[in-house]
Design a protein. Structure first.
Length: 96
């Protein structure tokens, strides 16, 4: 169950409580009967390993190749993942 933090607007008492997602938000301070406010804070999540960053799955290219690709790339929204093309072979096959 997630832990939620609350602070009273009257007596400034702060406390944490375990609540289910389906539980109602607390509104009354158990200490003085004042109005409670939910405190929001950043979540402690760390993304590690491959696949979390945009450059993880890219092959290495020279600066002239990357400059040519940037001018022909399509625009996409930052929040939506862009469709990736089929991976190109790393080395061309030797011709006999």
């Amino acid at each position: 169950m997630p832990t939620y933090s609350y602070r009273c607007t009257e007596c400034e008492k702060a406390f944490d409580i375990h609540q289910a997602f389906t539980d109602d938000t607390l509104t009354v301070c158990p200490n003085c009967g004042g109005v409670l406010r939910k405190i929001f804070s950043p979540v402690g999540v760390t993304f590690t390993g491959s696949g979390f960053y945009r450059n993880d799955s890219r092959s290495t290219t020279s600066s002239s190749e990357s400059a040519g690709k940037s001018s022909t790339s399509t625009t996409s929204t930052p929040s939506a993942p862009a469709a990736s093309p089929a991976p190109a072979p790393a080395k061309p096959a030797a011709t006999s």
